[in-house]
Design a protein around this ligand. Structure first.
Ligand code: ADP
Length: 727
């Protein structure tokens, strides 16, 4: 006889069957109703309610309630339909109960599974195992009722296996509890089991007393689950009478057993329960199929997702590879660019070094050329002066004057050409000299007369008499400007007129603004060429053998005019002629003029005879210098070697030394240094063709007192000499 363990509140009545939203309470209600129906032997209803409870418990995902629903279903199958299927539901319930960790539900399920093994399978070992597991949970939660049920069940199992004494030990401990407890089921079980026990021991009187008590309780609720228990009680009681050989009573209780069994498990009830059971099974299968479908769709979804992930992974990998490749290429490109830059830098460095070297060479070249050209030109100018001096009748010789002027012009032109870089770097400073405009223009016009004649041109001078006689300014640069412009005008004009005009424009304070123009009636310059011609080395339509020019003239002119603080203007028309014009301001301070003239004259009036030592290796220059000095009453000794000069200075007294710098054996700087070393303090003046700026520092550090650049104005030389000697 098995105790069915369920959530049972007998006669529980509840209104309202449907629940809009499943809740714990709604599931509990359903389970209670299912339990009641089961108790009333209404398997169909109980199954229906259990199924509903199961659905709702699953919907709210309450594992303990799911376990209870499975327990209820299992009981219905076990009791009315198919015990093996019942076991299936119990086991399913037990899994949920374990997961929910609800000990009470685990106890019930262990009990019901134990029942299955004990009563359906006669499998003592398995049944005892499950009962004891139930007992373990019951003791764990210290639930006396559950402990009692578990022990009753264990005892029942032992009795079933004819192990009465073993079973009775479990009964003994709970007898008081059962008797006191108001639990008909437990009591029926307890009494009938003791009946069976004493019958087995041969104590028939005691046995019948227990059986009778059980039968008495069983009659209380006819038509309920108690009937199912009573079927077993009657069977056991019949067996007792058989054992006692009271066959009449044995038959009586066998009949009762049979009729009650037919009543409880009648065909109609079984059929209906079967139907409900199979419906439940179908739904259960459906649920499983749905679950499988769900799992399948989940799997295919997972598969899709994983496919997508793989695809994404591949794409990302591809992008990464691309990035890596582009990085690699970039770094290659960077390396290449870096190498190229390095190479370019190295080339630039090399080019710079070459440029520096070239510039160095250029500077050296400029210096050498200026020196080498100045030296012979000094000779030309000097010799011309000597000739003019010795042959007074030639003083008015235009040829000789042209020669002298050309030589001087050439010298300054050489200087300017070679110093064009200095002009551009604004390193040229205009000097102040006294000059006379008509003289300057006349000289230029005279010197260019032969070109004028060659081209059959008339040269007209137009000089404003209002211009002061003596002006102060850089007459050499002015001559240079005129020389260029007038010679160009004469070159580019045939059978025409070249007019040189100097017009006083205005006087502001002491400044005289003079407007100069050089006009010709020549070929003219096309408008598109008018800007170009001022650029360096530009010549428009130069015809071979036509004239010799460098293309530098106008750029020097433009720069020089700008140096004077003015700008050059050009008006020209093809075939009609060209006019270059510009306005320059000069000082004409009378006091200053007289002072300058006086300064020059002072030196020339000397009567004392001074001794000058000239150290110079160039024979022509020796003659020129000697001539200049002697013509002004200086006593002059000439030596061509520095060492000889030192020797002589040690022996004889000189008032001043004129020292050439560039000499073959020992140069002027070294010679002066040695002179100073010997303690000789005679003033030394460097007389050189070098650029003054280039040598000043070295000259002073060597002990040289002053520098005069060849060719020089004699007056300048005497001024320096007298200043130093007087000192
Ligand atoms: P160069 O005279 O040595 O050729 P310039 O710089 O003095 O160089 O002149 C540049 C060019 O300007 C000349 O080659 C010529 O074509 C043009 N030019 C200069 N002056 C005149 C002028 N008065 N009439 C016509 N063309 C001129």
């Amino acid at each position: 006889m098995a105790l069915k363990r369920i959530w049972l509140i007998v006669f529980f009545i509840s209104f309202g069957w449907g629940f809009a939203q499943p809740t714990e309470k709604s599931v509990n209600d359903l389970l209670q109703k299912a339990g009641n129906a089961f108790y009333q032997l209404d398997g169909v209803k109980s199954l229906e309610l259990s199924k509903k409870a199961l659905d709702q418990a699953k919907a709210i995902n309450n594992k303990a309630l799911v376990a209870q629903a499975y327990n209820m279903i299992g009981l219905n199958f076990d009791e009315f339909y198919d015990p093996v299927k019942g076991l299936k539901y119990y086991l399913r319930g037990l899994k949920y109960a374990e997961k929910s960790k609800n000990d009470t539900v685990q106890i019930w399920l262990c009990n019901n599974i134990g029942n299955f093994y004990s009563y359906r399978k006669n499998d003592l070992k398995n049944s005892i195992d499950y009962y004891k597991r139930g007992l373990y949970y019951a003791e764990k939660i210290k639930d006396s009722s559950e402990i009692m049920y578990a022990k009753l069940s264990i005892a029942g199992a032992y009795f079933g296996a004819n192990k009465y004494r073993q079973g009775e030990t479990y009964m003994r401990g709970i007898s008081n509890f059962v008797i006191k407890k108001d639990d008909i089921e437990a009591k029926i079980h307890f009494y009938s089991m003791y009946g069976d026990y004493y019958s087995h021991l041969g104590n028939y009187t005691k046995a019948e007393s227990f059986f009778d008590q059980a039968i008495q309780l069983g009659k209380k609720e006819s038509g309920s689950l108690l009937d199912a228990y009573m079927i077993d009680v009657y069977s056991d009681y019949s067996s007792h009478f058989k054992r006692k050989k009271d066959f009449k009573n044995a038959l009586f209780y066998a009949d009762l057993h049979k009729s009650l069994k037919e009543k409880v498990y009648n065909e109609e009830r079984t059929r209906k329960v079967k139907l409900a059971g199979s419906q439940l099974e179908i739904e259960d299968y459906q649920r499983q199929i749905d679950k499988i479908e769900d799992e399948k769709s989940q799997q295919s979804k997972d598969l899709k997702e994983s496919k997508l992930i793989v695809l994404l992974f591949v794409i990302i990998l591809f992008i990464l590879l691309l990035l890596l490749f582009s990085l690699y290429r970039n770094s290659m490109f960077r390396d290449k660019t870096y190498r190229e830059l390095q190479q370019a830098y190295a080339e630039l460095q090399e080019a710079k070094e070459k440029a520096d070297e070239a510039s160095q060479l250029k500077t050296q070249f400029v210096s050498t050329i200026s020196h080498e050209l100045r030296t012979p030109l000094y000779g030309v100018v000097g010799i011309t002066n000597i000739i003019l001096d010795e042959h007074k009748e030639l003083a008015h010789s235009p040829h000789l004057n042209s020669l002298k002027f050309s030589a001087r012009y050439l010298l300054s032109l050489v200087n300017d050409l070679l110093q064009i870089n200095k002009i551009e770097e604004n390193k040229i400073v205009l000097e102040n000299m006294i000059f006379n405009i008509p003289d300057e223009i006349n000289t230029i016009v005279d010197s260019l007369d032969f070109i004028a004649k060659k081209n059959n041109n008339t040269l007209v001078k137009n000089i404003d008499p209002a211009i002061p006689e003596f002006l102060i300014g850089d007459k050499l640069r002015l001559s240079q400007v005129f020389m260029n412009l007038v010679s160009n005008a004469l070159k580019f004009t045939k059978d025409g007129t070249v007019t040189v005009t100097a017009q006083l424009q205005e006087v502001v304070e002491s400044r005289y603004f003079i407007h100069f123009s050089i006009a010709d009636t020549g070929v003219g310059i096309a408008p598109e060429d008018q800007k170009k011609i001022f650029e360096k080395f530009v010549q428009i339509e130069r015809k071979e053998g036509d004239y010799q020019g460098t293309g530098l003239g106008l750029s020097i002119v433009q720069k020089l005019v700008e140096l004077f603080g003015s700008t050059i203007q050009l008006e020209s028309e093809i075939g009609k002629g060209t006019t270059f014009s510009f306005t320059l301001a000069f000082d004409a301070d009378e006091k200053k003029r007289i002072e300058i003239i006086n300064n020059i004259d002072v030196d020339l009036s000397t009567v004392q005879v001074y001794r000058i030592l000239v150290v110079e290796d160039n024979k022509i220059n020796q003659i020129v210098t000697k001539k200049i000095l002697e013509s002004h009453h200086f006593k002059c000794t000439i030596l061509d070697d520095g060492y000889a000069a030192i020797d002589l200075l040690e022996k004889e007294h000189f008032d001043l030394v004129l020292m050439d710098i560039n000499m073959p054996i020992i140069n002027g700087f070294e010679t002066t240094k040695l002179i100073r070393k010997k303690g000789i303090e005679t003033p030394v003046v460097a007389l050189t063709a070098f650029d003054k700026q280039e040598i000043t520092e070295q000259a002073l550090s060597s002990g040289i007192n002053d520098i005069i650049i060849k060719p020089f104005e004699p007056s300048k030389l005497f001024q320096v000499i007298s200043t130093l000697i007087e000192r």
